[in-house]
Ligand binder design. Structure first.
Ligand code: BGC
Length: 348
């Protein structure tokens, strides 16, 4: 019998939820091709007001990001199910490219912009570019400063997950192991950290809170090195290979700010002949399918579900509130979930 995974289940309920909202508002349920572009601003806005349909522009910082690929696929599906015309563009990890894309969307007169900024530090400039047009903004995944949201109050919001929670869960995953992270029994947990983009609050908080969970539990810790791996699998693979060559058995835990980097770390751990769960621990964040499979197979100590379904649903719902001219809150938060050997199969 085929089990329905939690992600699939959440996806199914999210779609039903979205359809429910649509029916309640009496909008059209026909979807439009992703490649379709927005019509002129005035026509588009008045059409949106009268029929509930709208043109939505989505700016993703980089299509080549594993997690953002899951997220944007969900988002496109939910927005189309709401009857909106959706155009999604790839910022190619370049803020100038994304800024041009935003300007193009503005010229086309989209009704709402969903923005996953390339550089969070550019969020204020993004708001200043968009605000004269009055176009609402839903920021996703990369949290801008509150002052940025405040500067366009009522017209912009942030949908995300509190990265402190994911970091804490990573630390707890290590505390829940049989040695509580101290494999060699020397009284301290010795680790390396593979970090995401340093500008990103998710990377900063995961780095800080994973270790805080250990020290809050009274553990002594020693950081051998923090590697700047920019969320990237290959970079982490190389850095962890070097770390294993340099520090050897001293490394008891490899913390990775995301699963892509944990997958790279695992390749190097296996190449070095080390065994997760026996002589080293490895944790990530996102619950990418491949990582969850590794947890099931005992090749990763654990991961943390970064709920793409929940966040995409919340972002689509916020978009709908803007289209319908309803009040929108400043923040929408979606919980992380700890993924261990006990519950991992639900997330495959
Ligand atoms: C995810 C990373 C992803 C990043 C992109 C984070 O929340 O955990 O996998 O690369 O967002 O901004």
């Amino acid at each position: 019998m085929k089990m329905i995974s939690r992600r699939d289940f959440m996806k199914a309920s999210a779609v039903v939820g979205a359809a429910g909202v649509l029916t309640a508002c009496g909008g059209s349920s026909s979807s439009t091709a992703a490649s379709s572009t927005a019509a002129s601003s005035v026509a588009a806005s008045s059409a949106a007001a009268s029929t509930g349909s709208a043109n939505v522009g989505v700016c993703i910082y980089q299509f080549a990001d594993n997690f953002m690929t899951l997220y944007r696929t969900d988002l496109e599906e939910y927005l189309k199910d709401m009857g909106y015309a959706v155009t999604i563009v790839d910022g190619k990890n370049d803020q100038n490219t994304q800024t041009e894309q935003i300007n193009t969307f503005l010229q086309q007169g989209v009704d709402v912009l969903i923005i996953n900024p390339v550089q969070t530090t550019s969020a204020q400039t993004i708001v200043d570019t968009i605000s004269p047009s009055g176009t609402p903004i839903v920021f996703i995944n990369r949290e801008p400063d509150k002052a940025v949201l405040d500067s366009y109050a009522g017209k912009c919001c942030y949908v995300g997950a509190d990265a402190r929670q994911s970091g804490t869960y990573q630390g707890e995953l290590i505390l829940e192991t049989s040695t509580q992270g101290d494999i060699n029994g020397d009284g301290k947990i010795t680790y390396i950290m593979c970090k995401g983009d340093p500008e990103n609050i998710d990377a900063q908080y995961r780095t800080e809170y994973s270790i805080k969970a250990l020290t809050d539990a009274g553990k002594e810790v020693e950081c051998l090195y923090e590697y700047l791996d920019n969320w990237d699998q290959t970079t982490a693979q190389q850095d962890v290979a070097n770390a294993l060559a340099q520090y050897g058995d001293k490394i008891e835990v490899v913390f990775c700010n995301n699963d892509a980097m944990a997958l790279g770390a695992l390749q190097s751990i296996e190449q070095a002949g080390r065994k997760v769960g026996e002589d080293i621990y490895l944790v990530g964040v996102d619950a990418l399918k491949e990582a969850v499979q590794n947890v099931v197979d005992g090749k990763m100590t654990g991961t943390v579900l970064n709920d793409d379904v929940g966040q995409a649903t919340a972002a689509a719902d916020a978009t709908k509130l803007f289209v319908d001219g309803k009040d929108v809150e400043e923040y929408y938060w979606v919980d992380y979930v700890k993924v261990t050997t006990e519950n991992a199969s639900q997330y495959l």
